[in-house]
Every structure is written in structure tokens, then in C-alpha cells.
Design a protein around this ligand. Structure first.
Ligand SMILES: Cc1cc2nc3c(=O)[nH]c(=O)nc-3n(C[C@H](O)[C@H](O)[C@H](O)COP(=O)(O)O)c2cc1C
Length: 412
């Protein structure tokens, strides 16, 4: 019997405007469930620092209603935008963020990235209908803890009431409820969510409006860009108008799926930033800290999201980079390597248990360079159908002994 972080089992009455959740204080943050009961394939798409949260400003938004004037839309908008910024400041204006990643931006990974400079993080995308209907899905796919803030909880959805029902469950545990409007995968096409809602903007608008009118926590949206700049700007403005308080812009279109093949367009992100008044986050083309700083400067965005680079190097936001981005003479061994990070990650997984498939996926990415040096260790790892922490610790120790060290670098 193992413990799995399973914070949520409260019921929500979908016909009420107010949530029937007990307050955060009266609800035990984690319940115990039998880890073995969690089917690793239950996930929706099985593929696909130093900040101390104790230092965070109090969460003023929890006591505030976001007021939207129905009579004077211009006035209502100003008020909302002011609130959006007030909230953004109240969470410390985070600049370095862990992007949402199915099966990969789970609690232990978020905590590892936070330790190494990330000052906010997204959960993996959660399916709003399954989340509101299925206790087992909630328990295995969403967990958090007191230090896991600021936190964006991301949902995919195509029904406003279902999304609201799911969002009400997580509202007390997060700083934004985020809508995934950017997933371009086939599964999103079949399920009609993510970037496929770009074809149905009235539906997108109603998803945002319904959340904004009924939640206390602000709403954020993560979007991809349209092929036309004009359409992208109109889209961003519509989201802002509908009640979105923060916009994360991935600078690739829905068809530009391969991040290695297509560069994200920072000019479009810049244009969106200039066109809307709410905080904007930039996403795409971030491989090391210099990219982060260039991206912030070139787009004017309020923060950056990183996904793929963090998987390989969770210490990105603390200024570490892999050998690939090394400038000879300019960079030095940072005294940290990916095997150190892997061991720290395993400790966090013991503290905050998650399905093994996620651990397996992270170790493959974090230790990719080490496995390339020692392919037989990777083969053994792949063959090992049942994992234990002891076995994984031994594997990392062996890699450290048998492989010459591959450091992470920092600027001299
Ligand atoms: C493994 C993986 C899972 C992802 N899952 C999600 C997701 O759940 N929700 C989402 O909005 N984007 C998801 N993305 C997209 C990333 O959040 C990000 O937008 C994209 O990878 C571009 O950022 P990058 O260039 O830093 O990788 C995922 C990306 C990866 C690599």
C-alpha cells in the first residue's frame, strides 16, 4: 500500500452558483488511496530558486469578487483589467513558468523546477468532463501541496457548465483556472477541444464568460496563433473582453506541431501583448536563460513558459544549460548535473507519489544524454516492467559510476 496525493473528493452541485466545497482549511489536503488501484492508463492522453511560497503575498483574490458591469461594458472592462493586474502582482509577478504538460508537469516535477528558479507552474491538462465525473481520475491526475503556488490548473473543455463544475473543485487550490485552447493533437480533434475550438469562437467565448462570471479565482487561457496576425489579435481581444485575466501565447499555429521544425513567432506574441491590456505570457523557442531574457525583451511579455527544455533540464530557470548550448571559454561547469536532478526528482516522487508512467517518462528525458553514453542501461530500464524506487536509485548510481559525468553549465 502506498500513498497517493489525492486532494479532491468533494461534491459540487452544478445547479448552484456557489460551490458546496468545504473550505480549504477544513478539507484534508490529501487522502490516502491504494496506489496499486490507480491504472496508469487512466490518463487522458498517455503520451502525449529559490522561491519560498511562505514569502508569497496573501491571496487577496480569494476574498474578492470579480465584478463585471452589465450596464457599462467599458467601465466593467477597466475594473476587470485593474483586478487582473492586482491579482498578478499579488502572486509576485512570476516570470519563469513551467508550461502545462500532460503526464509531465505533475507535482514532483513542478516542485523540482520551483526549487531551481521556476516561480509559477501549470498542471498538466485535465479533462473537465472526466475530472468532474470520475473520482479515480481526479485522484491520480491532480495533486498539489501548500508550497505548490502560484499554480495554474489547466482544463480542456467544450461545455461551459461541465468546465465550471470541474473548475469549482480546484478553485481553492490554485491561482488561475486555465483553459487549454492550444492542443493541436489528434486526440484534441476527436474530443473537440484545445486548438480545434479556434473554429468555434462563440463556444470559446462562452467557456470564458461562464467561468469568469462564476469563479472567484481568475481565468487564464493558453492559445496558439492563427496564420493571420489580424485574426490572432481579434481572438486575443475577444478572450480579454470575455473575462480572461491572463493570456499565454504559444507563438506557433495549430498546424506547426513540431517545435523543432517550426520556430515560434515572437513578433506575433509582441503584437498580442501590445493589443491587450491583461498580462501576457510568451511560449516557444526557450532553450536556455539567454533565450528567456531575449524573449521577455523582444515580446514585452510579462513572463515566459517553458516545456520541452525543462524536461531535459529542470534547472533552466536557475541559469543552467546543457552542453548543446555551451559557449566555449564563456561557460563553466555549474557543479550540478542531470543525474543529481534525477535523484532529487525521485525523492520528490516518494514524497508526492504519482503514477509510474510519469516517473519513467521524466527519467528518460532527464537522463537522455547519459543513456546515450550507456545504452545498455537504458535497455535494462525499458525492460523493467515493474519499477521500485530502490531499483531506480541503483540505476542512476550505476550511470554515475559507469558514465563520465555530463555537467550542466552556467555563464562564467
Ligand atoms: C510532453 C508535453 C506535454 C504537453 N502537454 C500540454 C498540455 O497538457 N497543455 C498545453 O496547453 N500544452 C501542452 N504542451 C505544450 C507546451 O505547454 C508548450 O506549449 C509547447 O511545448 C511549446 O513550448 P516549448 O517550446 O517550451 O516546448 C505539452 C508539451 C509537451 C512537450
Amino acid at each position: 500500500m502506498r500513498l497517493l496525493c489525492a486532494p479532491l473528493s468533494s461534491k459540487v452541485n452544478r445547479h448552484q452558483n456557489k460551490t458546496t466545497l468545504p473550505s480549504l482549511l477544513s478539507l484534508p489536503l490529501f487522502s490516502m488511496v491504494d496506489y496499486e488501484e490507480v491504472n496508469p492508463d487512466d490518463g487522458l492522453c498517455a503520451v502525449i530558486g529559490n522561491l519560498s511560497v511562505a514569502d508569497m503575498p496573501p491571496k487577496e483574490h480569494q476574498e474578492e469578487e470579480i465584478v463585471v458591469s452589465r450596464r457599462d461594458p467599458t467601465w466593467g472592462n477597466c475594473e476587470r483589467i485593474e483586478k487582473a493586474w492586482k491579482h498578478w502582482r499579488s502572486i509576485g509577478e512570476p516570470k519563469f513558468m513551467v508550461a502545462p504538460m500532460v503526464d509531465n508537469s505533475e507535482l514532483p516535477f513542478r516542485m523540482l523546477c520551483r526549487k531551481y528558479g521556476a516561480n509559477a507552474a501549470y498542471t498538466p491538462m485535465l479533462h473537465s468532463r472526466i475530472f468532474s465525473e470520475n473520482e479515480k481520475y481526479r485522484s491520480s491526475e491532480f495533486s498539489t501541496c501548500k508550497e505548490d503556488r502560484p499554480l495554474f490548473v489547466q482544463f480542456c473543455a467544450n461545455d461551459p457548465d461541465t468546465l465550471l463544475e470541474a473548475a469549482r473543485v480546484v478553485e481553492p487550490y490554485c491561482d488561475y483556472v486555465d483553459i487549454n485552447l492550444g492542443c493541436p493533437q489528434r486526440i484534441a480533434k476527436r474530443g473537440y477541444y484545445g486548438a480545434f475550438l479556434m473554429e468555434n469562437l462563440p463556444l470559446v467565448k462562452s467557456l470564458v464568460q461562464n467561468l469568469a462570471a462564476n469563479l472567484k479565482v481568475p481565468i487564464s487561457c493558453k492559445i496558439r496563433i492563427f496564420p493571420s496576425l489580424e485574426d490572432t489579435i481579434a481572438y486575443a481581444r475577444m478572450l480579454e473582453e470575455a473575462g480572461c485575466s491572463l493570456l499565454a501565447v504559444h507563438g506557433r499555429t495549430r498546424d506547426e506541431k513540431d517545435g523543432k521544425k517550426f520556430r515560434a513567432d515572437w513578433n506575433v506574441i509582441k503584437a498580442v501583448k501590445e493589443a491587450v491590456k491583461i498580462p501576457v505570457l510568451a511560449n516557444g523557442n526557450v532553450r536556455h536563460m539567454e533565450d528567456v531574457l531575449n524573449c521577455l525583451e523582444q515580446t514585452g511579455a510579462d513572463g515566459v513558459l517553458s516545456a520541452e527544455t525543462l524536461l531535459e533540464n529542470p534547472a533552466l530557470f536557475a541559469g543552467f544549460h546543457t552542453e548543446e548550448w555551451n559557449e566555449k571559454d564563456n561557460d563553466v561547469d555549474g557543479g550540478l548535473d542531470q543525474s543529481d536532478l534525477a535523484l532529487e526528482y525521485l525523492d520528490l516522487c516518494q514524497q508526492y507519489p504519482i503514477p509510474w508512467r510519469m516517473i519513467r517518462s521524466h527519467l528518460h528525458k532527464m537522463l537522455g544524454d547519459w543513456f546515450r553514453n550507456q545504452p545498455h542501461v537504458r535497455e535494462e530500464f525499458n525492460k523493467q516492467s515493474i519499477l521500485t524506487f530502490e531499483w531506480l536509485h541503483d540505476m542512476v548510481t550505476r550511470l554515475r559510476k559507469e558514465c563520465s559525468r555530463i555537467p550542466l553549465y552556467v555563464k562564467n
